[in-house]
Design a protein around this ligand. Structure first.
Ligand SMILES: [Zn+2]
Length: 169
């Protein structure tokens, strides 16, 4: 049985790995060195193992932003563990830093605000792109879909600039 490694450092809502984010990360672009991509995958998978075993992500957390450009309290409350480094840059644990402030928000209102900003989608809707999941479930009988077909942000970026070389990975 194939299982998704997990949602940390994946894009919302399609669950694609953050390394592909064409604006924020620029860690890897289609056509770049595949060894670099494999290194990114390996470190990401190892960090998920760290989370599974030690119950906290190694390193600072990053949160989606709210309408004011601040870390979204709903995102932090549902995604961060108390022992993880806070997203505000304080070098303190989330539980001892911004979590008490986040808890002061009425939960339903921050949930609804999050869904309003994200086309009615909740954080639990995040999952790998369906075409990728289907390809994996076929156990390699089908070629994986081109990244431009499954990555919403990259596709939008390509449509906007038109100057990225897209290859199969
Ligand atoms: Zn903080």
């Amino acid at each position: 049985m194939v299982e998704w490694i997990g949602p940390r450092h994946t894009n919302f809502p399609d669950g694609s790995v953050c390394a592909y984010h064409p604006v924020l990360d620029k860690a890897w672009s289609p056509g770049d060195d595949l060894c670099v991509l494999l290194d990114i995958y390996s470190v990401w998978a190892l960090r998920h193992l760290h989370l599974a075993v030690l119950d906290r992500w190694p390193g600072r957390q990053y949160a989606m932003l709210d309408e004011l450009g601040q870390s979204d309290p709903y995102y932090r409350l549902t995604q961060f563990k108390e022992a993880e480094l806070c997203s505000c840059g304080s070098n303190r644990r989330y539980g001892e830093c911004c979590r008490p402030h986040d808890l002061k928000h009425p939960f339903l209102s921050i949930l609804q605000a999050f869904k309003r900003r994200n086309s009615g989608r909740g954080i639990l809707d995040r999952a790998p792109p369906g075409k990728v999941t289907a390809s994996v479930a076929q156990s390699g009988r089908n070629a994986p879909p081109p990244i431009s077909e499954v990555h919403d942000l990259l596709r939008a970026h390509i449509a906007g600039s038109g100057n990225l070389l897209v290859t199969r990975v």
